[in-house]
Design a protein around this ligand. Structure first.
Ligand code: SF4
Length: 363
């Protein structure tokens, strides 16, 4: 029954010991390194200009590994040029044709993602493994609930966590035979409970780093919520060494959502966290406008600070005091807090500029 393993594995909450390290260009995955945030370009690689433009936007947002889909020969032909034009860690996403993986390795890509179940048999997988070994390229073995080998699916009837684990186990065999350990594992499904269960099982069974992502999670709002629901319990158990929040839409949002999730869990904060109250019948300022203005003003700042934007005197002063910087509002004006102390009070229209100025001064 789908999801049943989630219950049986729910008690397996001990922190995962460090995994084997996997190096992708200058980025280490696993072995106690920070959880890496990755995304995918959504262009065809043979549109080199558009692809590079998207790579640069992702890099500016802090994306640490950028995956590109390579669906055919035309897409593969563009890889050397893309490789030349960026120094970021690049991952080629390959299905069905192992020659595309070989082309990506020849082009100087740092990692390939393959699903050994659909690449045409163990001899072809072995060819890719040998090329990766010779070129110090990492491989992500990615199995997906939508492409589990037929005989495994027949045995389990549904793409259950057990079926995904069996697919991973089979996929790993040629890698272990060739003593190839530069591996990241991933098992993706659209079910939150199954994703948690299968990744707990992978973490218990194998020493390799794990890439986490809820597949086909949806548009930014629902996809962000579903992904957070799936990834948070795992990350809090120390499971997950790289993440992608797959969202329909602009890939930059995937990166921002990834960092926001890691920061919310206290795992990795690279930029300001804004805590704003929702506003209620007590609010006597435009709290929505103030919060948005603060978020906008902090864009581009890379400092792990906490900023509180509070609408009234009930919880406002307490929260603002606990944050590094904050504002607590009253009737058309508010107090500015820095490191727990009130600096001054300002009228509503001058609060945000004063807050931002104070933050920039301290940074
Ligand atoms: Fe309402 Fe004040 Fe709470 Fe904001 S902080 S939601 S204004 S009670």
């Amino acid at each position: 029954m789908p999801g049943s393993a989630a219950k049986s594995n729910a008690s397996a909450t001990a922190e995962r010991p460090p995994t084997l390290p996997v190096r992708v260009r200058d980025v280490v995955i696993g072995a106690g390194a920070p959880v890496r945030v990755q995304s995918m370009t959504k262009t065809r690689t043979d549109d080199v200009r558009a692809t590079l433009r998207q790579i640069r936007r992702l890099a500016r947002a802090g994306c640490e590994l950028i995956r590109l889909a390579v669906p055919d020969e035309a897409a593969a032909l563009a890889l050397p040029l893309i490789r030349q034009r960026t120094s970021l860690p690049l991952v080629a996403d390959i299905h069905f044709d192992h020659r595309l993986a070989l082309a990506a390795i020849r082009a100087g890509f740092d990692k390939v993602r393959i699903n050994p179940g659909n690449i045409g048999g163990n001899a072809k997988v072995a060819e890719v493994i040998r090329a990766a070994k010779d070129n110090n390229v990492a491989i992500r073995i990615g199995v997906n609930s939508g492409s589990i080998p037929k005989d495994i699916l027949a045995r389990y009837h549904h793409p259950t966590p057990e079926a995904l684990l069996a697919a991973i186990d089979r996929a790993l065999a040629p890698f272990e035979k060739l003593n190839f350990k530069n591996i990241v594992l991933s098992a993706k499904t659209t079910s939150v409970a199954d994703l948690i269960a299968v990744n707990q099982a992978i973490a218990r069974t194998y020493p390799y780093p794990i890439h986490l992502g809820l597949t086909e999670s949806g548009s930014p709002f629902v996809g962000g919520i579903r992904s957070a629901a799936a990834l948070a319990p795992l990350l809090l158990q120390g499971i997950g060494d790289t993440i992608r929040i797959s969202l329909t839409g602009d890939p930059v949002l995937e990166v921002l959502a990834g960092y926001e999730l890691l920061a919310a869990l206290g795992l990795r904060q690279t930029r300001p966290l804004v805590y704003s109250c929702p506003g209620c019948g007590r609010t006597r300022v435009d709290i929505n406008r103030l919060a948005r203005a603060v978020e906008k003003g902090l864009k581009g700042i890379r400092a792990p600070i906490k900023v509180a934007v509070m609408g009234c005197v009930v919880n406002g002063p307490g929260e603002a005091r606990e944050a590094d910087f904050g504002i607590a509002c009253g009737q058309g004006r508010g107090a500015l807090f820095v490191k727990g102390r009130v600096i001054r009070s300002y009228p509503e229209n001058r609060l945000v500029p004063a807050l931002l100025e104070e933050i920039k001064k301290h940074l």
